[in-house]
Design a protein around this ligand. Structure first.
Ligand SMILES: *[C@@H]1O[C@H](CO)[C@@H](O)[C@H](O)[C@H]1NC(C)=O
Ligand SMILES: *[C@@H]1O[C@H](CO)[C@@H](O)[C@H](O)[C@H]1NC(C)=O
Ligand SMILES: *[C@@H]1O[C@H](CO)[C@@H](O)[C@H](O)[C@H]1NC(C)=O
Length: 310
C-alpha cells in the first residue's frame, strides 16, 4: 500500500508487561516440583499487543506507555524496535517492569494468569501533552487511570475542534464499569468486553449494547460512541449512534492453539479495517472476528500477517 492509503499512524496508549509463559501437560499440584513442556518470555499488555497486531497487519503504529530502564525490560524494547513500533514519546522509570506469570495447561486448555505490577507508574496527561497530535489519525486507549486518561482524551477533543483534521478515539473497556464509564463519552468507538457484561448481569450482546447505550445517553452525550461487543465464540455485535445494530457471526478457528491476545487481535483488526481500509462498521467488525479467530490457530501474532490486504 502507498503512504496515502495506509493513512496516519495509530497511537496505542496503555501498558506493556513481561509475560512468563509456562506450558504444562496438566495444571500443577500445589507444593510439587516438576518440569514444563515448553516456556517463553514475551511482551504483553493490552495496548502493547494491539500495537503488535496493527504492525503485523501493515499499519503504522506507535506505542505510548511507561518504559522501564531495568535490564529485564530490554527484551521488550528489543521486540518493540524489531517490530518498528515507535516509542519516542514514552517516559521512562527506574522501577522494575510489571510482569505476569501465565500457566497454560494442555489437558484442560486452561490459562491461569497472575499479574504483578507493584505500583508501576502509569503515563500521565503531562507526558501525553508533549506529543504532537497532528502526526496521528487514531488514538486507542485502555480503560484505566480515569483521571489522566480523561484529560488525554480531552486534549484530542480540543485538537479536533481547533484543527481541520479529526483524530479518531477508541477505547478498550474491560474492567471497573462505574469508574471507567465516563471514558466512553469522548470516544468514537468503544469495545466492551463480554466479561464486563456478565459482571453487570447483561446476558446477551444485544442487551449489552442497549444497556450501555442507555447509560451513556442518560448522561447526555452529544454523539454517543459506536459500541462493539465481541462475544467469544458467538462472534461480535455492534450498535452505531443512529441505532443500527448488526450481528457478525464468528469464524471458526481451524485449531485452538493459543487464545492469549485474541481480544487484542480483534481490537487491532477493527482499527485496521476502519482506519486503513475505511470499511463500514459491519465490515470492519467482521474482519476483526476473522483476525481474532486466525490468531488462535498458532502461537504469537506473526501469522496474522497472512490476512494483510495489499
Ligand atoms: C498479549 O500478548 C501476549 C503474547 O501473546 C500474551 O502473553 C498476553 O496474554 C496478551 N494479553 C495481555 C493482556 O497481555
Ligand atoms: C486486558 O485484556 C485481558 C484479556 O482480554 C483482560 O482480562 C484485562 O482486563 C484487560 N486489561 C485492561 C486494563 O483492560
Ligand atoms: C445504567 O442504567 C441502569 C438502568 O438502565 C441504571 O440502573 C444504572 O444506575 C445506570 N448506571 C450508570 C452508571 O449510569
Amino acid at each position: 500500500m502507498t503512504e496515502e492509503t495506509v493513512g496516519k499512524p495509530v497511537l496505542c496508549v496503555g501498558c506493556t508487561v513481561i509475560d512468563f509463559v509456562t506450558i504444562t501437560s496438566s495444571y500443577p499440584k500445589e507444593d510439587t516440583d516438576r518440569r514444563c513442556l515448553d516456556g517463553f518470555w514475551q511482551r504483553g499488555g493490552n495496548a502493547s499487543n494491539v500495537s503488535t497486531v496493527l504492525g503485523v497487519l501493515g499499519s503504522k503504529v506507535d506505542f505510548f506507555g511507561m518504559l522501564s530502564r531495568s535490564d529485564a525490560f530490554r527484551v521488550l524494547l528489543e521486540d518493540l524496535r524489531r517490530r518498528n513500533i515507535g516509542t519516542s514519546h514514552c517516559p521512562q522509570t527506574d522501577k522494575d517492569p510489571p510482569f505476569s506469570s501465565v500457566i497454560l495447561a494442555q489437558d484442560s486448555g486452561t490459562r491461569t494468569i497472575i499479574h504483578c505490577n507493584k505500583n508501576y507508574p502509569q503515563v500521565t496527561w503531562e507526558d501525553f501533552k508533549k506529543i504532537d497530535l497532528t502526526r496521528y489519525g487514531w488514538v486507542h486507549f485502555e480503560a484505566r487511570n480515569v483521571a489522566e486518561t480523561s484529560r488525554m482524551m480531552q486534549s484530542i477533543v480540543e485538537h479536533n475542534r481547533n484543527s481541520g483534521e479529526r483524530i479518531i478515539i477508541s477505547l478498550d473497556f474491560e474492567t471497573l464499569y462505574e469508574q471507567n464509564l465516563k471514558l466512553c463519552y469522548p470516544c468514537d468507538y468503544v469495545v466492551f468486553s463480554k466479561e464486563l457484561a456478565s459482571q453487570k448481569g447483561w446476558k446477551s450482546p444485544k442487551d449489552t449494547c442497549e444497556f450501555l447505550a442507555a447509560n451513556l445517553s442518560l448522561q447526555g452525550t452529544l454523539k454517543p460512541p459506536v459500541i462493539i461487543c465481541p462475544w467469544g465464540s458467538a462472534g461480535a455485535v455492534c450498535l452505531d449512534a443512529s441505532g443500527n445494530y448488526h450481528e457478525l457471526p464468528p469464524y471458526k478457528p481451524k485449531q485452538v492453539v493459543d487464545t492469549l491476545g485474541a481480544g487484542d487481535s480483534f481490537m487491532a483488526g477493527f482499527i485496521y479495517g476502519t482506519h486503513v481500509h475505511k470499511w463500514d462498521l459491519a465490515e470492519a467488525v467482521d474482519f476483526a472476528n476473522r483476525v481474532a479467530s486466525h490468531k488462535i490457530n498458532k502461537f504469537g501474532y506473526d501469522h496474522i500477517g497472512e490476512l494483510r490486504l495489499a
